[in-house]
Ligand binder design. Structure first.
Ligand code: KG4
Ligand code: ZN
Length: 320
């Protein structure tokens, strides 16, 4: 019998608060749905790990029903079950792992463990694997990471720069909280950003090769807001939020441009939740090299990127 070349992969992503399932058939994503319950965490101003994990358990089976109803795909025809194994919130990861193992047991299908960060890095290639050319640089700007990678082959990479304290999304979320903006702060700050009001003095930028550090910025904003409160002066949220965002995007670009001058690469990929930011997407015009911006629908956490990386690994017969 002729061996079937394509892979049918069910992918599970539960690393943080988003519950996502995707189905890849014949190298194409035919289903990708993410359930985000910001409302659960809203009143706490940040993700509550226990609530996130419980919510995964509550919605994941309904999501699988939705997948099979929408695609009419028989799960017995799967070749692999891929799930996010790390990094992430332990309780959240555990739900994805148990779900994957249960399906693997019931359907007798092998499991592929996926590195969430690598999956983000390759999310630019979800709908077109031909885009992948080495070497390339990747900036992952998300709630958990601010990392610049140099990719030399599928899973051979070097971390050139990394956050030494808060990740950029985390920092924007915390500053959003200081300014009493709705959670998640990153999205709120994006929404109210005003280019005519982004000139409030912030801290100095770091040297390009110094690690990403955002705790100084956070402390600066916190002190500034507290001093206004003590003096009973008006807090101009738009001015503060716009200046913070401008500082963060400038800091990202200073570092990216520096590494692009040091390494000869085919292109630079920008992904992760913060890559959906409008100012960042506009400011990349300042980069002379070819830039691939991850499609907004694949910037945040999603299972399509898990399926995509699993497919790349299977096709390359590699494992992480
Ligand atoms: O990649 P992601 O969905 O989750 C992980 O951290 O893995 O990123 C979530 C982060 C949150 O901190 C959120 O505030 C931020 O991405 N974010 C944004 C925007 N959309 C999401 N930050 C700035 N501008 C946006 N448009
Ligand atoms: Zn992520």
């Amino acid at each position: 019998m002729k061996k079937r070349k394509c892979n049918n992969i069910l992918a599970i992503e539960t690393s943080c608060d988003d519950t996502s399932l995707a189905l890849l058939v014949d190298n194409k994503i035919i289903f990708n749905k993410t359930i985000t319950r910001n409302d659960l965490h809203l009143k706490y101003g940040g993700i509550v790990p226990e609530l996130a994990a419980r919510n995964h358990a509550d919605v994941i089976t309904e999501l699988l029903d939705e997948l099979t109803n929408a695609t009419k795909f028989d799960l017995n025809n799967l070749d692999y079950i891929a799930y996010t194994a790390f990094p992430g919130l332990p309780g959240s990861l555990h739900i994805g792992k148990v779900f994957a193992k249960t399906l693997s047991f019931l359907l007798n299908k092998p499991i592929i463990k996926i590195d969430h960060m690598l999956a983000h890095a390759y999310s630019f290639s979800i709908d077109n694997n031909k885009l992948i050319k080495y070497p390339f640089l990747c900036l992952d700007a998300s709630g958990g990471h601010t990392t610049i990678y140099l990719f030399k082959s599928l899973n051979k990479y070097k971390v050139l720069n990394d956050a030494q304290d808060d990740a950029i999304g985390e920092c924007l979320d915390k500053i959003g909280r200081i300014l009493s903006l709705p959670y998640p702060g990153g999205i709120s700050i994006n929404r109210i950003y005003d280019p005519n009001k982004d000139n409030l003095k912030m801290i100095h930028h770091y040297l390009p090769n110094e690690p990403f550090s955002l705790s100084g910025l956070k402390t600066h904003v916190s002190n500034y807001v507290n001093s206004l409160k003590m003096k009973k002066q008006k807090i101009d949220k738009v001015l503060i939020a716009s200046s913070v965002l401008k500082w963060c995007i400038d800091e990202l670009l200073i570092k990216l441009i520096y590494y692009l001058s040091k390494y000869k690469v085919k292109f630079v990929v920008i992904g992760g939740g913060v890559a959906a930011n409008s100012l960042l997407r506009k400011q990349i015009n300042n980069i002379k090299n070819k830039v691939i911006l991850v499609d907004k629908k694949y910037c945040g956490d999603n299972a399509a990127m898990i399926a995509n990386l699993a497919n790349l690994l299977v096709n390359n017969k590699k494992s992480i």
